[in-house]
Design a protein. Structure first.
Length: 401
């Protein structure tokens, strides 16, 4: 087990550094020189997809690529802020620290790294917003200028009488069309990639965390490697990634909302400013409602109708569509109190997931919804209670008393 954990740490760290270094040195050894007017499109698609997969790693690697591609100090001084060493070097160091955290998580108890997982979710959202607002538009603008400059430099490509029109710089018009498209592509791929961070947050095993992060880094490395060999091959792979991301967009969106609310509640310690309402409370659905057509981790309200004793889950698909409701029937319901968040149990199954704001309010929640099973320790908290009982802790003393 120790050898496997050491191997995970080593491979994780190598993956983090090999990808950006490969990208940074790509300009020195191009395998294919494609001068066609469509080549900038292939490069732009690959770049946007790669940055969306891992914004901090992608932006840092892309910045390092541009930095090492600049041949003179004057050219380096004109590079955008993300291509300056003051940005991409710290960015890659942070990525390395995150990789070490996930790799070492294979041998650490889950509770010791969960706060760092939450912090990484916040970092991924922040860098995603920065990349979407700055790096992606700059990339699409560069593509537009390369396309228009090619047509200006080759007037013979245009029919007689249109050469004058073609000589005009139409890059601003292309930007109007391509920048929104680039941001849309980035958003779809980023959501699918960000879902991995949320899955790491939910996972109780560090080895799974390292595997998920390693798979994502390997995909980014594959796109980077194919871009240096053949930009069209990289673009084709990027299109496959975009298609898959589009197909899982709903699943990724729900995970993104879950991670956002979880992170907000955790870092703002919202539980100290929160009291469960007497009639309805916001939470996430689980597998127990899939038979009623409610996807897992749908955010909605659990309404208690004391006049008839019914429980109704009310939600809006994509948070903006028409409201829907489902009557909830629970058998042997209880609240499973976890170390970081709690759940509503339907017998042995999880019916709902409570955000961290409900931590320490489980008794009030069980009373409001008349959950006959009350509150029971679950997950890591249950394991810790069993461990204390095994070694004569408070649980054992209570039984003796």
């Amino acid at each position: 087990m120790k050898r496997l954990s050491f191997a995970c740490v080593l491979l994780g760290l190598l993956a983090v550094w090999v990808v950006p270094l490969r990208a940074a040195t790509a300009a020195a050894t191009p395998a294919v020189a494609d001068k066609s007017p469509a080549s900038p499109i292939a490069h732009a698609v690959s770049t946007v997809t790669g940055i969306a997969i891992s914004p901090l790693l992608g932006t840092g690697a892309y910045g390092a690529y541009q930095y090492f591609s600049a041949k003179t100090p004057e050219e380096k001084a004109k590079l955008p802020w993300y291509a300056q060493m003051t940005f991409w070097m710290p960015a890659l160091l942070i990525v390395g620290a995150c990789a070490a955290k996930d790799s070492l998580g294979a041998v650490l108890p889950p509770g010791m790294k969960k706060p760092l997982d939450v912090l990484e979710i916040v970092e991924n959202k922040a860098t995603g917003l920065v990349a979407a607002g700055a790096v992606v538009p700059f990339t699409m603008d560069t593509m537009s200028k390369m396309i228009t400059s090619y047509h200006v430099a080759h007037p013979a490509l245009h029919p007689t009488g249109l050469a004058t029109i073609a000589s005009i710089d139409w890059s601003w018009l292309l930007n109007i069309l391509t920048i929104p498209l680039g941001i849309a592509i980035f958003a779809v791929v980023w959501m699918a990639s960000h879902a991995i961070n949320v899955l790491i947050l939910l996972s109780p095993w560090g080895a799974i965390d390292a595997a998920l992060k390693g798979a994502r880094t390997a995909l980014l490395g594959l796109i980077t490697l194919t871009a240096t060999l053949n930009p069209w091959l990289s673009a084709a792979l990027s299109l496959v990634v975009i298609l898959v991301a589009w197909l899982v967009a709903g699943w990724a969106f729900r995970l993104t909302i879950f991670g956002s609310i979880f992170s907000w509640d955790f870092f703002t310690v919202r539980k100290h400013r929160f009291t469960p309402a007497e009639r309805e409370n916001k939470l996430f659905s689980s597998a127990g409602l899939t038979k009623d057509g409610v996807p897992v981790r749908t955010y909605g309200r659990l309404v208690h109708e004391p006049e008839n004793g019914k429980l109704i889950f009310v939600y809006k698909p994509w948070l903006i569509l028409a409201e829907r409701s489902v009557t909830v029937s629970l058998k042997g319901p209880s609240v499973g109190k976890g170390l970081f968040f709690s759940t509503v149990r339907d017998g042995d199954r999880t019916a709902f997931i409570l955000p961290p704001r409900y931590r320490d309010h489980e008794e009030a929640f069980a009373r409001i919804y008349h959950l006959e099973g009350g509150v029971q320790d679950a997950g890591l908290l249950k394991a810790w209670g069993s461990l204390k009982e095994l070694f004569g802790g408070s649980a054992a003393k209570a039984q003796v008393g």
